[in-house]
Design a protein around this ligand. Structure first.
Ligand code: SF4
Length: 602
C-alpha cells in the first residue's frame, strides 16, 4: 500500500462453506473482509490489514483487490474456515468452525504508514483482547477515529469485555441480540461524541449519537443469505462518514450495501455489485410523490445568475453581536441551535406564526429568538459558555424569551430548554468550547466539513441529517465581518432547508408535488406525518443545491434571497409578486405551504 487509505479495516478473512441442500458453495468470508469490500463498493478509499494466505487462492482474488488487502503472510489453513448450513426456513446454523490463527494477528506488524487513515475499524475477531491490543497501538500514534464491532460468541462469553472495548472506541457496531446481552433491557450508554449502531434485521438499525437515537429503515431487497449484512452496514457507514455525511445518512448508505449483500449467497452479490447500483439502492429518501422540476430549476438559475438581490447576509444588525465582540462565536453557537418551531397548530392544522412584542416592535419568530439571545449577550454573557448552559434554571431560561408584555410566546419552550441543557452538558463532557472548535476548524484542510462533523455530536445540531442549523451556523461564522471560518470550499456548503425555503420551492415550482392527496394536505396546512415531511423536504434540498450549482450563486446568497420570502411571499398574507425578483419565471402555486411538522430541525 503506497499511501494510507482513508479507511483502514483490521481483522480477518475466512473461507466459508455454505450448504443449503446439495453441494456446498465456497465463498470468501470474514467480518473484516465484508466490511472492507462494502466500504469500497460505497465509494470509500479502503485498505484491509489481516493475515493473508500466501499464495493467495483464486477464491480471494477479487475480494483482495477490492479491499486492498495487505498483512502478514500465512498458510491458507491458518485463516478461519466456517461451515454454515441453511435450514428450510432460511435460518443459518454454524455447524463447524475452525478459527485458525487470526487471534495471533500482532499489532506490532501493522505498518506505521497505515496509521494515517482517518477511520480505523477493528472487526470482530475470536478474542476481544486482540482488538484492545490494536487500539493500544493506534491511540497516541494516530488521529484516526477508532471503530470496532463484535459478534455473538464474544458477547455471550464476556459482555464486560465488549463493554470495555466499546468504551475505547469512537464508533461501535453490534446487533440487537448482542446489544440486549451487553446492555440488558436498558438503553445503551453512549457517551457524548461517541456513535453506536445497533442493527435490527428487518427493523432497520438504531443510530446513536451520544444519547440521541434515530431509527433508520432497511433498504428494500430480495434476501437470499443474511451473512455479512451487519458488516456491510458497518462498511457503508464508514465510507459515508469518510465522505463527510451525517451519521444517519452514512448509516442509510450502510443499509443500501447490506441490501445488496443479502441478495446472494456469501459475498457473491456484494462482489458483483456495480458502483452505480449503490446510489440506486439508497432510495428511502426518494419519494416519487415529490420531484425536483429540472426545467424550472434551470429557468430560475438563469434568472438569478446576475440578479443584484441575490446577496449573502453578513449576520450583523440590532439582534446580533457587534463585530469584534469577544463572545460572538459562543453567541452564534448558542443562539442558532434555537432556530426552530416558531408556529402553533390548532385542530390538526397550522394556525399561526410566532410573534413577540420586542422594544415596541412586533418581531417574527426567528428575529425574536435572535433578539432574545442578544439580550443574553448584554445581560448574562456567562450563560453562553457550556457550563453556563448547564447551570441555567428553567425560570431563568424562560425569562430569556420574555417579551415586552411579560409573556414567553415560544411555542415549545421546554424542548428548547432540554436542548440547551444537553448542549452544555455534552460540550463540557467533550472538553469543547465554541472558540476551541472554531480555532481547530481553521487548522483543517476542509474547515467547513470538519466543523459540520463535530456538530453532528452536539445536541441542538446533531439531530437533523440535512444539518439545517449546523449549516446556518457555519454560514453565519463565514459571512460575519470577522470571517471566523473560510467558506471558499463551496462543495462543503449545503442548502439550509427551513420553512421559508420550502414554501418558496413549492410556490416557485422548483419542486413539484405530483401526488394530489399530498398536495391537498400541504395546501390545507394540515399536520403531516414524518414520511410526508421527509418526502417534501428532501427534494427542496436537492433543488436548492442544483440552483446554486447552475446559477453559480453561493448557498449563502440563495438562502438569504429566499429567506426574504417571509415578507414578500408570506405565510398568511397574499404574496407580493410585483415586488418579487423572480416573478417572471415563478409558477405562482400560491396555495402551497411549507410542511406543517413539529421538529427541532427548523
Ligand atoms: S412572491 Fe409571487 S413571484 Fe415571488 S415566489 Fe411568491 S408567488 Fe412567486
Amino acid at each position: 500500500m503506497a499511501a494510507a487509505p482513508q479507511i483502514l479495516i483490521i481483522g480477518g478473512a475466512s473461507v466459508d462453506s455454505l450448504r443449503a441442500g446439495g453441494q456446498p458453495l465456497v465463498t470468501p468470508g470474514g467480518g473484516a473482509l465484508y466490511t472492507a469490500v462494502a466500504a469500497r463498493k460505497a465509494g470509500g478509499d479502503v485498505g484491509f490489514f489481516g493475515m493473508r494466505p500466501d499464495p493467495l487462492p483464486e477464491l480471494f482474488h477479487l475480494a483482495a483487490r477490492e479491499a486492498g488487502w495487505v498483512g502478514p503472510p500465512c498458510r491458507l489453513e491458518d485463516i478461519p474456515h466456517f461451515e454454515i448450513v441453511y435450514d428450510d426456513d432460511g435460518s443459518a446454523r454454524l455447524v463447524n468452525a475452525v478459527w485458525g490463527l487470526e487471534d495471533r494477528l500482532d499489532p506490532a506488524t501493522l505498518p506505521d504508514e497505515l496509521l494515517e487513515a482517518e477511520y480505523i475499524h477493528l472487526a470482530a475477531v475470536h478474542d476481544a483482547s486482540v482488538q484492545v491490543k490494536f487500539i493500544e497501538r493506534i491511540r497516541g500514534r494516530s488521529k484516526a477515529k477508532i471503530s470496532a464491532g463484535t459478534f455473538g460468541y464474544m458477547v455471550h462469553r464476556s459482555p464486560d469485555a465488549v463493554r470495555a472495548l466499546m468504551d475505547l472506541c469512537d464508533l461501535f457496531f453490534l446487533n440487537a441480540f448482542e446489544a440486549e446481552t451487553v446492555f440488558g433491557s436498558q438503553h445503551p450508554v453512549v457517551r457524548a461524541g461517541q456513535i453506536l449502531v445497533v442493527t435490527r434485521g428487518a427493523d432497520g438499525a438504531d443510530v446513536w449519537q451520544g444519547d440521541h437515537c434515530t431509527r433508520i429503515p432497511v433498504c428494500p431487497s430480495r434476501p437470499v443469505d443474511l451473512t455479512g449484512a451487519g458488516d456491510s452496514v458497518c462498511g457503508g457507514m464508514l465510507a459515508g462518514l469518510a465522505q463527510g455525511m451525517h451519521p444517519v445518512f452514512a448509516a442509510r448508505l450502510g443499509a443500501a450495501l447490506a441490501s445488496i449483500t443479502i441478495e446472494g449467497p456469501g459475498m457473491h452479490a456484494l462482489l458483483a455489485a456495480e458502483p452505480s447500483e449503490v446510489p440506486q439502492r439508497w432510495t428511502p429518501l426518494v419519494d416519487k410523490r415529490v420531484t425536483v422540476d429540472d426545467e424550472q430549476v434551470e429557468a430560475v438559475a438563469r434568472l438569478i445568475r446576475d440578479l443584484e438581490d441575490v446577496q449573502p447576509f453578513d449576520f450583523t444588525g440590532p439582534y446580533f453581536p457587534e463585530p469584534g465582540d469577544p463572545h460572538a462565536v459562543s453567541w452564534f453557537f448558542a443562539a442558532i441551535k434555537h432556530q426552530f418551531g416558531f408556529w402553533m397548530p390548532y385542530n390538526g392544522n397550522w394556525a399561526a406564526s410566532t410573534y413577540a412584542c420586542w422594544n415596541g416592535q412586533q418581531l417574527k419568530g426567528s428575529d425574536y429568538c435572535f433578539a432574545a439571545w442578544r439580550r443574553v449577550l448584554d445581560d448574562h454573557p456567562e450563560y453562553l459558555s457550556p457550563l453556563g448552559h448547564v447551570s441555567v434554571r428553567y425560570n431563568a431560561f424562560e425569562a430569556i424569551f420574555r417579551d415586552d408584555l411579560g409573556r414567553t410566546p415560544l411555542p415549545v419552550l421546554a424542548t428548547h430548554y432540554n436542548l440547551a441543557i444537553n448542549y452544555g452538558r455534552d460540550m463540557h463532557q467533550m472538553g469543547w468550547t465554541p472558540e476551541t472548535l472554531v480555532a481547530e476548524a481553521r487548522l483543517q484542510p476542509r474547515p467547513v466539513r470538519w466543523l459540520l462533523q463535530q456538530l453532528d455530536h452536539l445536541p441542538g445540531y446533531r439531530e437533523d441529517p440535512l444539518r439545517k442549523k449546523s449549516m446556518l451556523l457555519v454560514v453565519a461564522l463565514g459571512q460575519r465581518p470577522e470571517k471566523f471560518i473560510e467558506l471558499s470550499e463551496q462543495s462543503d456548503v449545503a442548502p439550509i432547508i427551513d420553512y421559508h425555503l420550502m414554501r418558496s420551492c413549492f410556490r416557485t415550482g422548483l419542486v413539484r408535488i405530483d401526488d394530489p392527496e399530498l398536495d391537498r394536505l400541504v395546501s390545507a396546512r394540515r399536520l403531516l406525518s414524518p414520511t410526508d415531511e421527509n418526502a417534501l423536504r428532501m427534494p427542496c434540498f436537492e433543488a436548492v443545491r442544483q440552483l446554486s450549482r447552475r446559477s453559480g450563486r453561493s448557498i449563502a446568497a440563495i438562502d438569504w434571497f429566499f429567506f426574504g420570502a417571509r415578507s414578500r411571499c408570506p405565510e398568511v398574507d397574499a404574496p407580493d409578486c410585483a415586488r418579487c425578483a423572480i416573478d417572471a419565471v415563478c409558477a405562482h402555486r400560491v396555495s402551497l405551504f411549507q410542511p406543517v411538522y413539529r421538529t427541532t430541525f427548523y
